[in-house]
Design a protein around this ligand. Sequence first.
Ligand SMILES: C[S@@+](CC[C@H](N)C(=O)[O-])C[C@H]1O[C@@H](n2cnc3c(N)ncnc32)[C@H](O)[C@@H]1O
Ligand code: SF4
Ligand code: SF4
Length: 477
Amino acid sequence: MGDTLTAVKKDKFFIDTYHFSHNGMNILLDVNNSNFYSVEKIYCDVADYLGNSKTTADEILEKYEAAEVQKVLEDFESFGFLCDEEPDYEKIEIERDKEVINLVMNVSHNCNLRCKYCFAATGSYNGERDLMSREMADKTLDWFLNQAKQSKVLNLNLFGGEPLTNIPLVKYIVNRCQDLEKEYDKKIFITISTNGTILNEELVQLIKDHDIGLQISIDGDKEIHDANRPAANGKSSYDMLAENVEILLKEVDPAGLIPRATVAKGVTDVPRIVNHMLDDMHFKCVALTPALGSYEETSYRQEDLDDYFKRYDELAETFLEKLRSGEEYNIYPFVSEVDAVSKGIRRVYGCGSGLGFASVDIKGNIYPCMRFIGNNDYIIGHVEDGFNEKRQMFFDRTVYNRTECKNCWAKHLCGGACVAVQVECGEPLESYNPLVCQVAKRMAELAMYASSVIAKENLNFDMRKLTVNDFIRRRFS
Ligand SMILES: C[S@@+](CC[C@H](N)C(=O)[O-])C[C@H]1O[C@@H](n2cnc3c(N)ncnc32)[C@H](O)[C@@H]1O
Ligand code: SF4
Ligand code: SF4
């Protein structure tokens, strides 16, 4: 058997694999095809041997019977892991539709809060605190609608600063979009990213009448939230938003309300955050993102991340427990990653920034995403003239062109993750941020683990059928 193993290793091509163990489950990934399998440990050990690690054939045969090893080799042949020559992987087409379909529009560079981790420099983006004018909003919408020649459905996110410091413009845009939908024969799905502290009856009516989705920033219970999100006047922003959340959950479709927690340095008890959003506040879902970036005082450190992952594992187990009892547990981005890996996703970009996604500041400058706003090196156009040549950088930033991604096992699951964070930390676009990578890899592993448990136990998980999607379904039906 030793000779067979040596000969197989010498004569055959063994594809690029990665394996890990979680909760007693061993998962083996075909890196280039994104297929993964829940396997016995022997498959991982033989994969290590064939993949040129330091393991020897003798070590494998000391651990396992020859017949077992033979079976693994046969299975590897049938999985397509062992080939006569390097397989031709289906080329991932990078030619993207160059239309922007997701636009983040900054209607205000002002804010009534002073969040300590704010990448937008508490709304000002390190510039003048000002509002977008109606004229600039018109120019932005005209550009958006005109460049999207093929796309029938567009997403417009009103952002800032705090967008609701400019309610007259928000109302104007919402009504203008209604006209534009008819004029251009398109649907425009509007969402607002808000800190939740500003609301009135007229706004509630606007949200209801136009099926507007809200992403509301809430970091957790009052203690966690107020630690990093003080109001400009020093008051508790939790107290300001709690009453509004109650009104919204009563008055508008809760499926259109997404609480988003930015998890700051030193905060790792994510189950506490999730329980607060789902059980105390009664939201239908929750989005969680660790604060990664250049602010030493508030950005995540390695020790936070280690603890965050341990606590996140608990969320994954709760998700599976809920599935077993036929319930939903909608934690984003986890559920969408489970869905993505289950479908064998092969990404070459981490997100759509600069491609199908862009952001416009209050002066009409176009950026690949809102986290680049204020960095002149990354202005990729203006709504009056369209894109400039700098946009091409964002088409070129595939995993194949990025320093760390090229050889990373997670490349097709992660696609290169967020590119804004390392730029914010002074690194070039093609570089990477080690903490961002760790989050991306851990999410990929946890999603593969959950997907394997779902398959093994034949659990019912269909992302499209989640109640949080009712809102989107109704909007587009
Ligand atoms: C910049 S704010 C703008 C919209 C609105 N003012 C709000 O707070 O929701 C958008 C989101 O970015 C989050 N955010 C701000 N700085 C961040 C950082 N350094 N890392 C991760 N998320 C951050 C905020 O918590 C908020 O959820
Ligand atoms: S509310 Fe939003 S824009 Fe304002 S400081 Fe906080 S994160 Fe920044
Ligand atoms: S985990 Fe990091 S290195 Fe790997 S593909 Fe994602 S961004 Fe690139």
